[in-house]
Write a protein that binds this ligand. Structure first.
Ligand code: GLU
Length: 428
């Protein structure tokens, strides 16, 4: 995170307050929705490989479950804070509502850097996290999933621990599981593909052909790699990819004006999405500063890494050619920078819909778990496409009709649905 004084929860609350004002929500509704329903903070003691005990800090925040059980990922990050998890849980509530799936919003995290943990230590952390929270989560309460630096293997360890504690098989406890152990085909690709489905719909509206466009992308983890995959299948060209370098503890941008080759880059990338700098140079990539992905002469920018990446300090770097920003990450644009983007007339596809493909496919995974019957990949992806397209169109139609910024339109729809469900339940 570039600015240590940045607080994601302040940002999420101020976004909420703006829309609450616009919708003229009553005080009880504001009080209910601007803070999480419940949160859990706990210690996770782990015996490390060297025999020493080490205590990690874990969180689960359940922002709102009026529309269905809480839903949202668990992140591993050295800079994780309770306020980041609070913000992310709130964004999950709006996201599940924006795409109209019957789930609420939650998020979890562990303060740790998995780069420095063995697989055994990561397994102990996953099991330890579940041991602390096992009675407050579950298939009809709150359903975790992968997020930053967690993957299908972590989900399976968490599931296994949950099932030991509860004495049965509960595949719907967690999503993003490996295929063959309750996972859904298409789940791994779903977030990145969803990003590009929303982009495809916007390009259609703007009457621009994907093959006539270029993009610059921040991130090279699961979301970014699959976004690039589908974008290239549609004919687009990615000229720059930025990612974190663990050794140097800073980011770099990797540029090739003729277009990056996804497969080639994957070969020189670690499991956390870090591209090897010297190997990249050897195969003809220019290695530039971390913020340089913003300066490229492209049509599309896709921040697909972390929150708070487009800030007041770097928003001015965005080149004059940029027409569209698609938020693959959660909360990548700081409100001040967002205002400048809005004034510049750049089209914004906000995180609430742009990166909702992951949670939408998680919902399909749970549906399949409940039936104990699994769909082929094509069926999952066509259902994903239909849901993402419909959500995009609903937001875009409202934005056009009411002359709203796309982010505000997505918020109006999402907050309206959650407020209604809360009211119908008699909570407000
Ligand atoms: N972590 C993803 C997100 O931020 C997916 C959450 C889920 O599948 O529950 O949307």
């Amino acid at each position: 995170m570039s600015n240590p004084s940045f607080n994601a929860f302040d940002m999420a609350q101020s976004q909420f307050d703006n829309i609450a004002e616009m919708l003229d929500l009553d005080q009880a509704t504001r009080d209910l929705l601007r803070t999480p329903m419940r949160e859990y903070h706990f210690n996770i003691p782990i015996r490390m490989d060297d025999g020493n005990m080490k205590i990690f800090r874990g969180f689960r925040v359940q922002h709102n479950d009026a529309r269905g059980p809480g839903k949202g990922g668990v992140r591993f990050h050295p800079m994780e804070t309770i306020d980041t998890v609070r913000a992310l849980s709130m964004w999950m509530t709006w996201k599940t509502a924006a795409v109209d799936i019957p789930l609420g919003g939650s998020k979890g995290g562990i303060i740790c850097d998995p780069h420095n943990l063995s697989l055994n230590e990561q397994e102990q952390l996953c099991r330890g996290w579940v041991r602390q929270i096992a009675r407050n989560v579950g298939p009809v309460m709150d359903i975790p999933a992968p997020d930053v630096m967690t993957n299908a293997q972590h989900m399976l360890w968490m599931l296994d621990e949950f099932e030991v504690i509860h004495g049965g098989r509960y595949p719907g406890f967690i999503t993003g599981k490996p295929v063959g152990v309750g996972g859904s085909l298409g789940r791994k690709e779903a977030t990145g593909y969803g990003v590009i489905i929303t982009l495809r719909e916007m390009l259609k509206e703007l009457e621009i052909r994907p093959m006539d466009t270029t993009a610059s992308i921040q991130g090279f983890g699961n979301v970014a790699q699959h976004a690039i995959e589908l974008y290239h299948q549609l004919g687009g060209k990615t000229v720059c990819v930025a990612c974190w370098d663990q050794k140097d503890q800073k980011s770099y941008s990797f540029k090739r004006a003729t277009g990056v080759n996804l497969e080639e880059l994957r070969q020189i990338t670690n499991s956390f999405g870090g591209i090897d700098k010297s190997k990249a140079k050897n195969i003809g990539y220019e290695v530039l500063d971390g913020d340089d992905w913003l300066k490229q002469d492209v049509d599309i920018l896709i921040p697909a890494a972390l929150e708070n990446q487009i800030t007041m300090e770097n928003v001015g770097f965005i080149g004059g050619s940029v027409k569209i920003i698609v938020e693959g990450a959660n909360g990548p644009t700081e409100p001040g920078a967002d205002q400048i983007i809005k004034e510049r007339g750049i089209h914004m596809i906000p995180d609430l819909i742009a990166n909702a493909g992951g949670v939408t496919c998680s919902y399909f995974e749970q549906v399949q778990n409940n039936m104990n019957y699994y769909w082929p990949r094509d069926e999952v992806l066509s259902k994903l496409d239909a849901k993402m397209t419909a959500s995009y169109i609903a937001v875009s139609d409202l934005a056009r009709k009411k002359h709203l910024y796309m982010r505000d339109a997505a918020y109006v729809i999402a907050i309206g649905r959650v407020a209604q469900a809360s009211k119908d339940r008699g909570w407000i």
